[in-house]
Design a protein around this ligand. Structure first.
Ligand SMILES: *Cc1c(COP(=O)(O)O)cnc(C)c1O
Length: 386
């Protein structure tokens, strides 16, 4: 559903209803399993009630659902306890013996693993496709293809996909399209505006923004909602109200955080490009990046996550560089206020396209620190490489 407001206004207000909560600006945490219904008539008609049992949502989780719809311009939203659970609910919803799914070769590792384990056991075949595919994705479609999975940019290698073209081809063949929209936080990119049917996010990342919450979000068109909700209910997926509260709190500052990640990330990326130790920077916001035009087409900005490749070095020197950082932490996830840096090896995820870096790949998340401090720390880290 398209809002009349602009994105910054949406994230500030979406899901709020002070009048329904004694004037409280933020929707309070409702901890509830049993919801008492005052009349037998209501009990008899409970199917039509939005508020009826904790697993089916509380005012706090409903507020977050509404906010996700507003953020992603979707008709409906579902909330999961992790990004991976959002991914598996979607994939399970279209899985049946004999079905076929197309997944970008740049997809997040656990997305691939779900296809190779659970989907395979169910008799679903997965074909991986080149993230650079556009119109030509049509050649990979089979009569039994049910779903096309995108991730743009790939969260390890940062290729931007031609999302609208793939969505158009899929729709003409009656195939559902899904995208992992975690990188943009839903702020810089609105996949449903470009014809995609379902946009999932690891809300763990930018929506939370503070590295203290696990969350998955599924934003979808009304046409897909009942099917997704059926899987969701059968598995008993739900999130706690405390987590929904934290996510709403994170969402209120999403716009200012994303703009800062964009500015600081580009500043660090541009600086990296000029360093002798760096052979390549994988940031779609750089004008000489091969995906720059596609990125400009689809995205209103770049988040803080990107990659770069440094000259081949041994593990001992690499350890000297990484172990000596104080601002850059090493750890899974990203999207919080803090900077992270880890060596990565994206080649291991590839099956139909090869990804051969000319050195050691590094993944960096530029947080909300002053980029000049981050740059000084990377410079000192490069010096430790020797
Ligand atoms: C982290 C991540 C996920 C999974 O999210 P969790 O909350 O950790 O389960 C999914 N997709 C992408 C692109 C991610 O980076």
């Amino acid at each position: 559903m398209k809002s009349e407001y602009r994105p910054d206004t949406i994230v500030t207000h979406a899901g709020r209803d002070p009048a329904a909560h004694h004037g409280a600006v933020s929707v309070p945490v409702y901890r509830a399993s049993t919801i008492l219904l005052p009349t037998l008539e209501m009990l008899d008609n409970k199917e039509s009630l939005r508020l009826r049992y904790g697993r089916r949502g509380t005012p706090t989780t409903h507020a977050l659902e509404d906010a996700i719809c507003a953020l992603e311009n979707s008709d409906r939203a579902l909330l999961a306890p992790s990004g991976v659970m959002a991914i598996s609910v979607v994939l399970m919803s279209y899985a049946e013996p004999g079905a076929h799914v197309l997944v970008t070769d740049s997809a997040y590792g656990p997305t691939r693993k779900f296809c190779e384990s659970v989907l395979r056991k169910m008799g679903v075949t997965t074909t991986y496709y080149d993230p650079a595919a556009g119109e030509d994705i049509e050649a990979l479609i089979r009569p039994e293809t049910r779903l096309i999975w995108m991730e743009s940019p790939g969260s390890q290698t940062f290729e931007i996909q031609d999302v609208a073209t793939i969505a158009r081809v899929a729709r003409s063949r009656g195939i559902v399209t899904v995208i992992d929209n975690t990188w943009s936080g839903g702020y810089f990119f609105k996949p449903l505006d470009h014809g995609v049917d379902i946009s999932i996010q690891a809300g763990t990342k930018y929506i939370s923004g503070h590295s203290d919450l696990m969350l998955g979000t599924i934003a979808c068109r009304a046409s897909e909602y009942e099917r997704l909700r059926e899987t969701y209910l059968r598995f008993g997926v739900c999130i706690g109200s405390d987590d929904a509260y934290l996510a709403l709190r994170g969402l209120r500052t999403l716009a200012v955080r994303m703009r800062q990640h964009h500015v600081a990330g580009l500043e660090v990326a541009q600086w990296l490009q000029q360093q002798d130790e760096v052979v390549q920077v994988l940031h779609p916001g750089l004008p000489d990046n091969p995906y720059h035009n596609l990125w400009k087409n689809y995205f209103g900005g770049a988040s803080g996550l990107f990659g770069f490749i440094i000259r081949e070095t041994d593990r001992k020197r690499l350890a000297r560089m990484f172990d000596g950082f104080s601002l850059f932490g090493m750890g899974s996830s990203w999207g919080g206020f803090e900077s992270l840096m880890t060596p990565s090896n994206p080649s291991v995820y590839r099956t139909v396209t090869s990804w051969v870096p000319n050195g050691q790949t590094v993944r960096i998340h530029v947080g909300l620190e002053d980029p000049r401090d981050l740059i000084a720390e990377i410079r000192a880290g490069f010096d430790r490489l020797g």
